[in-house]
Design a protein around this ligand. Structure first.
Ligand SMILES: C[C@H](OP(=O)(O)OC[C@@H](O)[C@@H](O)[C@@H](O)Cn1c2nc(=O)[nH]c(=O)c-2cc2ccc(O)cc21)C(=O)N[C@@H](CCC(=O)N[C@@H](CCC(=O)O)C(=O)O)C(=O)O
Length: 144
């Protein structure tokens, strides 16, 4: 059984490389996607309880961050979606700033209010949502 202290890297090479880059430089400013900023969310695995590090696009308003479970518009949620539901206490890194946060999945109304903020931060989210019947979940990550 993997202990919670074990970090299990992403099996996705490009993601793992970005996580490594952030660790080596100490800042999420060292990576981007299409020139847009990225944050790093450290969470616990829903099944393994292992430490998972998940880079996400930086979506922020008034100090509150949104985590968009887009996975490029694929039909299924990313696995980290289940992690946040099982273990909502996360660490968020924005630049060199690292702090604890609580993840809360948005219902339809709040999601509708936040969706334009998400798309403004990363316009491809709009195409991803058009690509799939899955309603792309949005979590708020609020400092604790
Ligand atoms: C590849 C897979 O990752 P995933 O959790 O499905 O998430 C897929 C992607 O969303 C994830 O790689 C994101 O980091 C990709 N990604 C973004 N993904 C997004 O969905 N939204 C974004 O805004 C986003 C931005 C982004 C920016 C930079 C970057 O490098 C990557 C970015 C993975 O890591 N699988 C592991 C298991 C992962 C896991 O968390 N397992 C849980 C169990 C989860 C369960 O119960 O299903 C556990 O450990 O217990 C494996 O197969 O071994």
């Amino acid at each position: 059984m993997t202990s919670v202290d074990d970090y299990l890297p992403s099996p996705s090479d490009w993601v793992r490389h970005q996580v490594e880059q952030i660790a080596e430089t100490g800042t999420t400013a060292s990576v981007d996607i299409l020139g847009r900023p990225v944050v790093l969310v450290t969470m616990r695995g829903a099944r393994t309880g292992a430490v998972r590090k998940v880079p996400l696009m930086r979506v922020e308003r008034d100090g509150v961050y949104a985590a968009v479970a887009s996975q490029g518009g694929r039909p299924d949620h990313p696995q980290w979606y289940h992690n946040l539901r099982a273990h909502p206490e996360v660490e968020l890194q924005d630049g060199t700033d690292r702090f604890r946060a609580h993840a809360r999945e948005l219902g339809p109304e709040e999601r509708a209010e936040w969706w334009p903020v998400c798309v403004a931060a990363f316009p491809p989210y709009a195409q991803y949502q058009e690509k799939t019947d899955r309603v792309i979940p949005v979590f708020l990550l609020e400092r604790v």
